[in-house]
Design a protein around this ligand. Sequence first.
Ligand SMILES: *Cc1c(COP(=O)(O)O)cnc(C)c1O
Ligand code: SF4
Length: 350
Amino acid sequence: MTAERTIRTPRDLVEAGLIGREREEAISRVTASYAVAISPAISRLVDRDDPDDPIARQFVPDMAELAVMPEERADPIGDSTHSPVTGIVHRYPDRVLLKAVHVCPVYCRFCFRREMVGPEGLGTLTPAELDRAIAYISGHQEIWEVILTGGDPLVLSPRRLGEIMERLAKIEHVKVVRFHTRVPVVEPDRVDAPLIAALKGSGKATYVALHANHPRELTVAARAAAARLIDAGIVMVSQSVLLKGVNDDPDILAELMRAFVETRVKPYYLHHPDLAPGTSHFRLSIEEGQALVASLRGRVSGLCQPAYILDIPGGHGKSVVSASSIEAEGGGCYTVTDFRGNRHAYPPKG
Ligand SMILES: *Cc1c(COP(=O)(O)O)cnc(C)c1O
Ligand code: SF4
């Protein structure tokens, strides 16, 4: 196989040894509905001898994706209910999403925007659409932060990103620019000096939220790419999805959060998987998620603790869903549970 090309078709998957030849035709039913892309860096990470490989599970299409559950929906987090102009999602007063591009360097099988991203998706904003999106941001004084997401904004060329940043630079009320990306993990070589200069081009406080779900994704090359961003003055935070068969294990989750912290990427969000079509094989229950997140508290440093988040279907935004460790007993008294599961009165009695 040619190692340095992104895998995009059932035939490519066979040639890369990611599916057996006998599955090529069946898998083409999945790829007819949902885009496939597996970058060379990710293909190299897959353990082809492990039928349950957690990297393969995230990126190699599976027949289970054809099972769409009644509770699943095309727009699981309700982006469309808060989109005043194409490319903008304005759900919270002080921040907007700017979706400049709808392609990604890899396609995650559990993607919450899987009906919108892909080479056949909405593509890149046209110049006129981008003008309207920028005009919207500049016309709304309350917008303090612009979050570039998508799609993966880091697939844009440094020149195009730089142009967008120059336009944001001129908007006085925008103080923070954040990018959500998988690029440092899936295409680490793309993080070069021109790209970093473009990301910083707004002159605002610049944050990069890195999406990774398994500690093996934080390779030497990925850690080096993150270090280049951080050493250039960009603050990095993490974003992961809690996924059955990938990271639904206390040891793996702890190792993932430690890998982020070792890389100077502060754990930010651990998302409960969204109700995207054909993703039920990735979902665990909220109770299972709460127990896993609670297990981190006693096991690893406070730096390694992400917030466990559910995006409420219908566009109602994010909510922290970690299990509460405190119960009200009335009269200003509480019972609080420590990391070992022992219960204590607060304030202490006697
Ligand atoms: C997730 C999201 C954000 C960012 O939320 P934070 O809690 O600030 O990370 C902003 N806008 C929309 C529409 C979102 O879905
Ligand atoms: S990188 Fe993000 S937007 Fe792209 S496929 Fe993965 S989850 Fe979806």
